[in-house]
Design a protein around this ligand. Structure first.
Ligand code: DGL
Length: 285
């Protein structure tokens, strides 16, 4: 990236901020341009067609704003739209730009194998090493079957048990009371554990970028023996390694700007609360 070329980070709403925080900590010299499609959040209950169209429009906007690389910091958009975007549209219209997602680094960490080529990863880059993994995600991510399919293609011995959490991303987005979020999470966890009470998962993935905002409630509801894997940390490490392998880098102090399709004042207030520091969103141009 050169100085004037930020890395675009896209999510349906607030969730991608959990990924963005990990990125700015690891890569403080990079410029980031965050785009939340708050006007259409949550994506988890929308049709695959709508998710694809909105994701393509968001990436196109970030390209128009000079991003050469866009990270889709939304499992739902990555699971439903990314492969199609990369295979057809991107090559035809923007052959010199890149779009990455949050799903591939998680699949690599869970399987211990690279996304392309399925090669064993260098030991420092495999995080999970668990043979049974619970994935909590939106309904659309679960329906796409992307996590079980992609992990099985690389590591058939790793069992993935999915649990949809309908309404949870929307409830987080709307800043619903903690007790309500806790109940939703407790019922998702108990539904998953109830299917195999004798065999609790060794690890759990919060496969929706909104969910790390309530990670404490998941940790409290899961058995003590289940390790909670951090998607923001895994994705942060993967992007750092990607940028190290690609020569254009910015230098100096990075700057982050925030765009929303929603109401900037409201979105800024909620994001500031979630992140515990001032965040100022402006409307999309
Ligand atoms: N944060 C998103 C994800 O990672 C989407 C949540 C939603 O909009 O439903 O799946």
């Amino acid at each position: 990236m050169n100085e004037s070329s930020p890395i675009g980070v896209f999510d349906s709403g607030h969730g991608g901020l959990t990924i963005l925080s990990a990125l700015t900590q690891r890569l403080p010299w990079e410029h980031f341009l965050y785009l939340g499609d708050h006007a259409a959040a949550p994506y988890g209950e929308r049709s695959p067609r709508e998710i694809y169209d909105r994701t393509q429009a968001a990436v196109e906007l970030l390209f128009a704003l000079n991003c050469r690389l866009v990270l889709i910091a939304c499992n739902t958009a990555a699971a439903v739209a990314l492969r199609r975007l990369q295979q057809g549209w991107l090559a035809r219209h923007y052959p010199d730009r890149r779009v990455l997602g949050v799903l591939a680094p998680m699949v690599e960490a869970l399987s211990g194998r690279s996304w392309t080529g399925h090669q064993p990863l260098r030991s420092g880059m495999t995080g999970a090493g668990a043979s049974s993994v619970a994935v909590f995600a939106t309904r659309r991510t679960v329906e796409s079957d992307a996590y079980p399919r992609e992990v099985a293609a690389r590591a058939p011995s790793v069992t993935i048990e999915q649990e949809p959490c309908p309404g949870l991303a929307g409830a987080i987005e709307q800043d619903r009371p903690d007790a309500e979020l806790k109940d939703m999470i407790a019922s998702a966890v108990s539904s998953l554990l109830g299917r195999h009470p004798e065999r609790p998962p060794e690890a759990a993935v919060l496969g929706c970028t909104h969910f790390p905002l309530v990670a404490g409630h998941f940790a409290a509801a899961l058995p003590k023996t289940t390790r909670l894997l951090s998607q923001p940390q895994v994705v942060g490490a993967a992007l750092q390694s990607y940028l190290a392998r690609h020569p254009e880098r910015s230098s100096g102090a990075g700057e982050t700007r925030y765009l929303t399709t929603g109401t900037p004042a409201l979105v800024s207030r909620l994001a500031t609360r979630f992140l515990g520091g001032p965040v100022r969103f402006v409307g999309v141009p």
